[in-house]
Design a protein. Structure first.
Length: 474
């Protein structure tokens, strides 16, 4: 079990984490016709929106309760209630999530009571689902805010009665962790469908933020994602896959509420983790593994052979949210790599499962110092870590959130045999580029070769053990 080193600094230098309201918003964006409402100042929402737009390069529906100086002191309950009324009246969404920020949490706003007051005052909007979640940005990180929102949605939207586990024998629920990209979810959907099963992702970013075009010029709510009607069918599935240790509580609640058995995976990076997934899916259908998946496994094994020369004993520094950090550590361990610096954006249950001596909860300044002390050769992190890598003179594998200096980072696939194979290739190529820059320079003797015009009739020269002689001297 890793030793978790807590923060002791009074401030963050070059911050690593994205806040809990950003994580809660990300979870909301995976539902169809949904919109997050951040209860805080307009700046809180604008800052989050910039992150999302730069990462996904798509218009992002996000609203604010617009707390100002007066409401911050005198109370902002009316901002929430009237904000919900305005959104429900103008946009007619299926789901609204009310997410707190540091400002409203410091004030002490009871957002769940505000939602009850909204229901009482405006019963005409009863068809709009409203979920309130406490996501203060002075604690936790994107992962914990995402997990809290998914947990609250399951608690409030999944029916407690009338469920029939197995009534839909081909349906598989998938609680998708925050570290899974839309590209990851698309590949996971393919894997599950190859077994003849139908996945229902909670939430489903693969349908809402995969970069597709729509006919409408503008939509004030999400287009695509998990429909509210599908949430009500989760209790009829044959099984639930919980991917990410951060969603353990959400998986427990769903299993207790519906009776649908769940299978837990901390991550799906590397060979061992994907073997567990494929075996589970084969057990569910009681059949053989599809040939195409067996071929992808063989391709990954060959990639492991091809890249172990570059990745074995490679010294790596990682900065990420807990689930993704744990996933990369296990993947590198399979290849014989050494993680010499590990910094997590926040605490999480996955950190206890990480096979490292210690993990620091901190910022990118902590990563830079640890990577320098550990003589790291490669860095893994989001776009905020690029400048750190440049100062250290190291190559960087971009992952996580946000990725604003590359195009299509949200579609990159890390999971499955195919995703793991490509990730190994990317890591190996980065490692080779670093080694080429740092290889021993060519030695050139101080006894330079004379030009042919000065060598007379004997231009032939030889170098033996650093001694420069000509044929004329033999």
């Amino acid at each position: 079990m890793a030793d978790i080193i807590r923060r002791k600094k009074a401030l963050s230098v070059n911050p690593l984490k994205a806040s809990q309201p950003v994580g809660g918003s990300l979870a909301t964006l995976g539902f169809d016709r949904a919109i997050p409402l951040l209860h805080g100042s307009q700046g809180c929402t604008a800052f989050a929106k910039v992150f999302f737009v730069r990462h996904f390069r798509e218009p992002i529906p996000l609203q604010s309760s617009a707390m100002d100086q007066a409401s911050s002191v005198m109370g902002a309950d009316e901002n929430v209630i009237e904000g919900l009324k305005t959104i429900a009246e103008k946009f007619r969404p299926a789901i609204i999530t009310v997410l707190t920020t540091g400002l409203s949490e410091t004030q002490g706003t009871d957002v769940k009571r505000c939602v009850r007051e909204f229901r009482t005052r405006y019963p005409q909007f009863s068809e709009v689902a409203v979920v309130a979640v406490n996501t203060p940005d002075f604690t936790g990180c994107l992962e914990s805010g995402y997990a809290a929102t998914v947990t609250e949605m399951i608690s409030q939207l999944v029916p407690e009665t009338g469920t029939k586990p197995g009534a839909r024998p081909r349906q598989i629920n998938v609680l998708a962790g925050s570290f899974l990209t839309p590209g990851d979810l698309e590949h996971l959907r393919d894997l599950i469908e190859w077994f003849g099963l139908r996945p229902v992702f909670v939430p489903n970013l693969a349908d809402s933020l995969d970069g597709h075009l729509v006919d409408a010029d503008f939509s004030p709510v999400t287009t695509g994602g998990l429909a509210l009607s599908e949430v009500k069918t989760l209790g009829d599935a044959v099984a639930t896959l919980v991917i990410g240790a951060s969603l353990k509580k959400a998986g427990d609640i769903l299993e207790a509420r519906t009776g649908v058995p769940s299978c837990r995976f901390d991550h799906l990076y590397g060979l061992h983790a994907n073997d567990g997934l494929i075996k589970t899916l084969a057990d569910i259908i009681g059949g053989a593994v599809p040939t195409r998946i067996e071929r992808q496994r063989a391709q990954l094994q060959d990639a492991m052979v091809d890249t172990h020369f570059m990745l074995g004993f490679l010294r790596v520094a990682i900065a990420a949210d807990p689930d993704q950090l744990n996933a990369f550590v296990h993947m590198l361990s399979e290849m014989g790599g050494e993680v010499v610096a590990a910094v997590a954006a926040g605490d999480g249950p996955a950190l206890a499962q990480t096979p490292l001596a210690s993990i620091r909860i901190g910022d990118l300044e902590d990563l830079e110092q640890a990577a320098r002390d550990g003589e790291a050769e490669l860095l893994i992190g989001n776009s905020h870590a690029v400048q750190t890598a440049e100062r250290l003179g190291l190559p960087i594998l971009r992952c996580g959130f946000p990725l604003y200096d590359v195009i299509g980072g949200y579609q990159k696939t890390f999971i499955g045999y195919a995703g793991a194979r490509q990730t190994l290739f990317d890591l190996a190529n980065l490692a080779m580029a670093y080694n080429h820059r740092h290889e021993v320079p060519v030695y050139r003797s101080i006894y330079g070769q004379k030009p042919a015009s000065e060598a007379g009739d004997y231009p032939l020269e030889a170098t033996v053990h650093g001694a420069h002689t000509t044929s004329a001297h033999r």
